[in-house]
Design a protein around this ligand. Structure first.
Ligand SMILES: Nc1ncnc2c1ncn2[C@@H]1O[C@H](COP(=O)(O)OP(=O)(O)OP(=O)(O)O)[C@@H](O)[C@H]1O
Ligand SMILES: [Mg+2]
Length: 469
């Protein structure tokens, strides 16, 4: 610990106050002393203390009240209570309520030092844990969700709005388009972030098991089934993520609807209602309007779920995001596996932008991982991509017409690739102050092939350009 620990001492008895102060100064702690509760509160509000040593009996308050007030300002403040020997019961009660320890008057300095030491170690563990938890939450902050296309901007804006309220939210989108990622982002950016995020896949289980999974089950002596709490209860004070809700049976749908309306559930085999405080986010890749028409999904449940709706665009409709996603997954893969960061050839990027991506971002992520494994060089090329991507024509066999660029004729494709390559080279040159060798290095190509591409693509070299840098 770089800084000296600061300790606040509060006692209405000047002698005790001075004595404790002396003890602490010997150990080179920063000490602030107060004779009254009011002064103590003011001091605490001004600076940050690691610990407080407080007298239990004060003219204007008790140690317990004082501690509670201190903890409102700093929940991690280690509080030590000073009592007379006959008040041990009171001291123990204070500990139950959150005091770190008590010391019997007259204060024994060694006991004081040992307990302060323990308190500081404990405090730094708590703070470290909290930091780790925040790091974990950061994972689901927006910087890990890649997307700059207009449709994704709309998604981010809705996600932010959803995070500010507790309204039920429906996330729709094709498989692998990022529904769970968005659901987690909503939770971890909401005031429920400290509570649990509990996901349940409604399509993975048969009806009877799903109900026990959702609502829990009461102990049944006859069948020997043990009691178990369900996901609704487990998500209390947090968020329940009902994934693949479109695949839920009509009977379970009515039970979920009831639970959402009443905000209470009954475990299977029990008639006791239990209150739950949860925020629900549901997701599906099914067309719910069609499912309602076909009487497979309850319309009233749909209205309950669809208070806020976030619709994720398929990757093929935002292929402009593909290069950024590729960079993101290359960085993620190399850092997870502690391997060198690899580059990727413009030709390979162009190939990936052409693909139809029925499996959306998940499919892209898997392709990048595979290419990484297959590539022994520093730069991933077309030959490292999965064969089915290389053979893809750009349009999916049965896919709906996409609004993104399509490549029908061979000539059009070549133009698109050239355009794209030109854009990449121009931006590499601009980034590298028009130094061709540096831009070539950055793109993982030789200087010679950079020169060739500049000629072939008719790129005009600007400013004080040079071959060297
Ligand atoms: N915009 C994005 N930026 C970065 N990674 C993303 C993005 N969208 C999705 N991913 C990644 O793609 C993978 C699939 O995302 P996710 O599981 O959220 O999809 P899903 O829509 O829930 O899929 P499914 O319908 O199959 O359950 C995850 O590894 C996720 O981290
Ligand atoms: Mg999912």
């Amino acid at each position: 610990m770089a800084d000296r620990e600061s300790i606040l001492v509060v006692d209405d008895d000047l002698n005790t106050l001075k004595m404790v102060e002396q003890f602490l100064l010997i150990k080179k702690y920063d000490v602030t002393t107060c004779l009254t509760f009011r002064d103590a509160l003011r001091e605490l509000g001004k600076g940050s203390f690691s610990a407080a040593v407080i007298d239990y009996f004060m003219p204007d308050t008790t140690g317990l009240k004082m501690m509670k007030a201190f903890h409102k300002i700093d929940p991690e403040l280690a509080v030590m209570v000073l009592t007379a020997s006959r008040d041990i019961k009171i001291a123990v009660e204070t500990i139950k309520q959150g005091a770190f320890h008590y010391l019997v008057k007259p204060v024994d300095p060694d006991e004081l030092y040992i307990n302060l030491d323990k308190a500081f170690k404990n405090r730094s563990l708590v703070l470290e844990n909290r930091r780790l938890k925040l790091d974990l939450q950061d994972k689901y902050k927006f910087n890990d969700i890649v997307g700059e296309s207009g449709r994704m901007m709309e998604v981010f804006e809705m996600t932010m709005r959803a995070a500010k309220v507790r309204s039920t939210t429906l996330v729709i989108g094709e498989t692998g388009s990022g529904k769970e990622l968005i659901a987690r982002a909503i939770h971890f950016n909401s005031d429920r972030a400290g509570g649990p995020f509990i996901g349940v896949n409604c399509s993975a289980l048969p009806e009877s098991l799903l109900e026990a999974e959702l609502f829990g089950i009461e102990k049944n002596v006859a069948t020997g089934v043990d009691a178990r709490i369900g996901k609704f209860e487990a998500a209390n004070n947090g968020t329940l993520f009902l994934d693949e809700i479109g695949d839920m049976s009509p009977a379970t749908q009515s039970k979920v609807l009831r639970a959402m309306q009443e905000r209470e559930i009954e475990r299977v085999g029990s008639h006791v209602s239990r209150k739950v405080d949860i925020r629900i986010i549901a997701a599906t890749n099914r067309d719910l309007a069609k499912a309602i028409e076909e009487k497979e999904f309850r319309q009233d449940l749909f209205y309950r779920l669809n208070v806020l709706m976030i619709s994720l665009p398929p990757l093929r409709d935002r292929s402009g995001d593909i290069p950024k996603l590729i960079d993101h997954f290359l960085a993620k893969y190399s850092s997870e596996n502690k391997m060198n960061l690899k580059e990727i050839d413009p030709e390979a990027i162009a190939k990936l932008m052409e693909h139809h991506w029925p499996g959306n971002v998940r499919e892209l992520e898997n392709s990048i991982e595979r290419a990484y494994v297959m590539c022994d060089e520093d730069s991933i090329g077309v030959r490292h991509l999965p064969a089915y991507i290389l053979n893809s024509t750009g349009a999916a066999p049965f896919a709906p017409v996409s609004s993104g660029p399509t490549a029908e004729a061979g000539g059009a494709l070549e133009d698109m690739v050239n355009d794209y390559e030109r854009g990449l080279i121009l931006s590499a040159l601009e980034k590298n102050d028009w130094k061709q060798n540096r831009a070539a290095g950055g793109m993982g190509i030789s200087e010679r092939s950079m020169w060739y591409k500049i000629k072939k693509l008719g790129i005009e070299i600007k400013k004080g350009s040079s071959k060297g840098g």
